[in-house]
Design a protein around this ligand. Structure first.
Ligand SMILES: Cc1cc2nc3c(=O)[nH]c(=O)nc-3n(C[C@H](O)[C@H](O)[C@H](O)COP(=O)(O)OP(=O)(O)OC[C@H]3O[C@@H](n4cnc5c(N)ncnc54)[C@H](O)[C@@H]3O)c2cc1C
Length: 370
């Protein structure tokens, strides 16, 4: 039987970041990815925003890993020519209730260690973004954008240089704890094979609960069951209406339909958020619903042409009526599975956090697992 030191299940941005980090110091690291290419699921269906960390409660993993990841991401992109822009972000408020919300966000951001946040009045907003209508805004200079595909190309190159193996078209079918490690049965093309690994890292995105279940964990008891929360995007054609990231005050399960310039300056609108039962990336929202949500802070949307763009699906632990749920990043030794590390519910800000998640996993691996 073949042997591996570490098997990472899932070749999205998080699995790739982890593999790039672990293969610096360790031999026989494998990534198994079910699709023909890496990064075809959550990691290529998102906004590409480098978040600052204002949206997550103090002491949560999301807050900690986002703030660390933000700094690491700019450093990584700067040193390795990965396309990025530190655009800055306005979270806009209309009326007293929303102004209170952005003041709360500012306090939360400061508690999380973001010390460059500013509250702007309507004149300052108009100077920065003439097309945006708002009474006040929270300005976050450290928010920006990155090109997720280029980031993943960088991680892939690093993994190759470190001598680790990415095996695409390889779907993990079962995981069994044996006497000498985890027996992983996988299918690659039409061939089934078994490989024994000392350590298994479950970074399977939307499928992470099913992979945890394969290893024998009771995911419902542990609170690992995932809910799919979809978000559609439209794109504004023609002259860009904003230069920065512009967000409304968050409402519901997402951050609200926001405006995200991409690296070329073209503006994506979205994502909205609605829970679904299956993974289907077709856009389901009508154009008018998008216009309605954005009109309040971007009145010129009525004169702009918008086209359907894409959609993404968030792997959420938080169900439709639940309050905030954090990332689960867990060494399962306490549940009788030493050497299994689960990453569950890695929704936003998982892209931003990915360099910090890989550091955390590397520390867990070196200190608790190896
Ligand atoms: C609409 C939307 C917008 C977002 N916007 C942002 C943003 O602006 N900024 C930000 O920081 N974050 C954002 N995120 C979150 C971010 O995209 C994710 O946190 C991140 O991409 C998760 O990466 P991942 O590697 O965990 O998952 P994935 O990219 O889904 O990777 C998991 C991989 O595992 C593979 N896999 C699953 N099961 C198996 C199996 N049995 N065998 C082999 N392979 C398997 C899958 O094929 C997949 O490729 C957004 C997410 C969504 C949905």
């Amino acid at each position: 039987m073949e042997r591996a030191n570490i098997v990472i299940i899932g070749g999205g941005v998080v699995g790739l970041a982890i593999a790039a980090k672990l293969s610096e110091l360790n031999k026989d690291v494998f990534i198994f990815e079910k699709n023909k290419r890496v990064g075809q699921e959550v990691s290529s269906h998102n906004s590409g925003v480098i978040h600052s960390g204002i949206h997550y409660p103090r002491d949560s993993l999301k807050a900690e890993l986002c703030v660390k990841g933000n700094r690491k991401m700019y450093d990584l992109c700067g040193r390795n020519r990965i396309p990025y822009k530190r655009l800055g972000k306005l979270t806009v408020a209309r009326g007293e209730r929303e102004i209170k919300e952005i003041e709360k966000l500012k306090r939360q951001g400061e508690e999380n260690g973001i010390l460059d946040l500013e509250l702007l009045d309507s004149d300052q907003i108009k100077k920065m973004e003439p097309n945006v209508a708002a009474d006040r805004a929270l300005y976050s200079p450290s928010s920006g954008i990155v090109e997720p595909d280029e980031l993943m190309n960088y991680y892939q190159a690093k993994i190759g240089i470190n001598g680790a193996i990415i095996s695409t078209n390889t779907v993990v079918k079962s995981i069994r704890k044996g006497n000498s490690g985890y027996e992983i049965t996988a299918r690659s093309s039409n061939d089934e094979f078994v490989i024994v690994a000392n350590t298994v890292i479950n970074s399977a995105g939307l499928y992470a609960d099913r992979v945890a279940e394969m290893a024998g964990l009771d995911v419902d008891r542990l609170g690992y069951r995932l809910h799919y929360c979809k978000g559609d995007y439209f794109r504004i054609t023609g002259t860009p209406l904003v230069r920065r990231l512009v967000y409304p005050v968050p409402a519901g399960a997402g951050l609200g339909i926001h405006l995200t310039p991409d690296i070329s300056g073209s503006i994506k609108m979205g994502p909205n958020s609605y829970y679904v039962d299956k993974i289907d990336y077709r856009v389901e929202t009508r154009e008018e619903e998008f216009r309605k949500d954005v009109r309040g802070y971007l009145p010129s949307i009525d004169n702009a042409q918008i086209n359907e763009d894409s959609s993404g699906i968030r792997p959420k632990i938080q169900g439709p009526n639940d309050s905030f749920k954090d990332f689960v990043i867990m060494n399962e030794e306490g549940n009788g599975l030493p050497g299994l590390i689960n990453l569950i519910g890695i929704e936003s800000p998982g892209l931003t956090a990915s360099p910090a998640i890989s550091d955390l996993i590397s520390e867990m691996y070196e200190n608790e697992v190896k």
